[in-house]
Design a protein around this ligand. Structure first.
Ligand SMILES: NC(=O)c1ccc[n+]([C@@H]2O[C@H](COP(=O)([O-])OP(=O)(O)OC[C@H]3O[C@@H](n4cnc5c(N)ncnc54)[C@H](OP(=O)(O)O)[C@@H]3O)[C@@H](O)[C@H]2O)c1
Length: 302
């Protein structure tokens, strides 16, 4: 089975790597090639997913039988200033891909930002109600793709994983916290913005399991532990042997997370019962943090 993974970013690369490791064919696609900092990159094809001709051509040339849609943009602040561009990139691309896909299986990686954060941990039955432009664009794309004959919308909570310190711009909160704390910087984080973080390797494992199955139009994937960003940063400091008072807690409304819902959390009851995903482990943030820090070099002296 060959899979076209649209989006060569943090999550897309992990999904393609997992497919290749398990003996499947996978091709990444995006406008610019992925960086080569994780060893040899997976096969890659240039694609602007908002271009209908390019989407049709890419599906033909890659012989893709399945599609994972995991492209950007996803920067909440950037999107809030450019809602129309985000709507084109998500809802526009969803229509384009659905029209070109025929009977192909599609897995769309969506977000907890389709909820406004007033429910602590929404499950698949909670009515979505986005409070920001990012959530509105992703929800519009979900609804278009749900018209397809073989779509699963997989809503994923905050994804984290290891990125090396020399990376020019860390793509995830965990890596940014670790490297800044190790460099002796203070990390300012909200004490009232809650997430259910999930390891990127677990996201890749669940996505590939879902891709191989059918029959679940909508699934949530959140980690089993809910934690505030400030508490997570303190956990990272403690587990790194660094003073937790390098973390400065502030109210969400005062900082860069002001446009995020108070809760970007997901409850995922169906994952445990869906035949494709029931045996796939999803680690909590404490285990995941310790696991990643065990992989890393020991922290430098403060
Ligand atoms: N990371 C998370 O915590 C998280 C959680 C839940 C859901 N998600 C979803 O997962 C998706 C990817 O997240 P990520 O963290 O992997 O993002 P990322 O690292 O920023 O990667 C986004 C990728 O999308 C590509 N892209 C953007 N516009 C494109 C276009 N028009 N055509 C083709 N490719 C395009 C980008 O490359 P170019 O710009 O070079 O094209 C890049 O390779 C997002 O849609 C987000 O909603 C992420």
């Amino acid at each position: 089975m060959s899979t076209l993974v649209v989006g060569s970013g943090f999550v897309g690369r992990a999904v393609a790597a997992r497919l290749l490791r398990t003996g499947e064919k996978a091709v990444l696609a995006s406008r610019t090639p992925p960086p080569e900092n994780d060893g040899p990159p997976p096969p890659w094809s240039p694609l602007d997913v908002t271009d209908p001709d390019a989407v049709r051509r890419t599906l033909d040339t890659t012989d893709a039988e399945r599609i994972v849609l995991v492209h950007g943009p996803s920067d909440v602040t950037w999107i809030e200033a450019r809602p129309e561009a985000a709507m084109r990139a998500h809802a526009g691309a969803a229509r384009t891909v659905l029209d070109a896909a025929g009977e192909r299986r599609i897995v769309f990686i969506s977000t907890d930002n389709v909820f406004d954060g007033t429910v602590e941990a929404p499950d698949e039955t909670t009515p979505p109600r986005p409070a920001n432009a990012y959530g509105r664009a992703k929800l519009a794309a979900e609804r278009i793709l749900a018209e397809g004959p073989a779509t699963t919308v997989l809503r994923v909570s905050l994804v984290y994983g290891w990125e090396p310190p020399e990376t020019t711009k860390w793509l995830n909160y965990f890596s940014s916290c670790v490297h800044r704390l190790r460099a002796g910087e203070r990390v300012t984080a909200p004490s009232d913005q809650w997430t259910t973080p999930v390891l990127v390797e677990d996201v890749a494992a669940v996505t590939t399991a879902v891709l191989a199955a059918s029959g679940a139009p909508l699934l949530h994937l959140g980690g089993p532990e809910r934690i505030s960003r400030a508490d997570w940063a303190r956990l990272i400091a403690r587990e790194s042997g660094l003073p937790p008072d390098r973390v400065v807690a502030e109210p969400r409304a005062h900082g860069r997370y002001a446009s995020r819902p108070a809760n970007t959390c997901l409850a995922a009851p169906l994952l445990a019962t869906h035949p494709a995903t029931a045996g796939v482990p999803v680690r909590g943030v404490r285990d995941g943090t310790r696991l990643l820090l065990g992989r890393a070099a020991p922290p430098e002296a403060p």
